[in-house]
Design a protein around this ligand. Structure first.
Ligand SMILES: [Zn+2]
Length: 73
């Protein structure tokens, strides 16, 4: 099993592509679950599974400043 990391070129969501080298699959493509952009496409009959590992809202989540920090300024 080969694991490749890919990133959606549209929204930046991170995906992992797992490829089974010894199992016959089919050609196909995967769309980003967040924005619908094609994130992976393959023309060989391979068995591949695409998994979302990090959504952009988590990666760029805004962390509110703690109240104590605001009191100091
Ligand atoms: Zn996307």
């Amino acid at each position: 099993m080969k694991i490749t990391s890919i990133t959606c070129s549209c929204c930046g969501a991170a995906y992992e592509v797992a490829e089974a080298a010894s199992v016959q699959g089919a050609t196909g493509e995967e769309n980003c679950v967040l924005c619908g952009e094609v994130v992976a496409r393959w023309n060989e009959p391979r068995l591949r599974a695409v998994r979302l590992v990090m959504a952009t809202e988590h990666r760029y989540a805004r962390v509110p400043a703690p109240p104590a920090f605001e009191a100091l300024s």
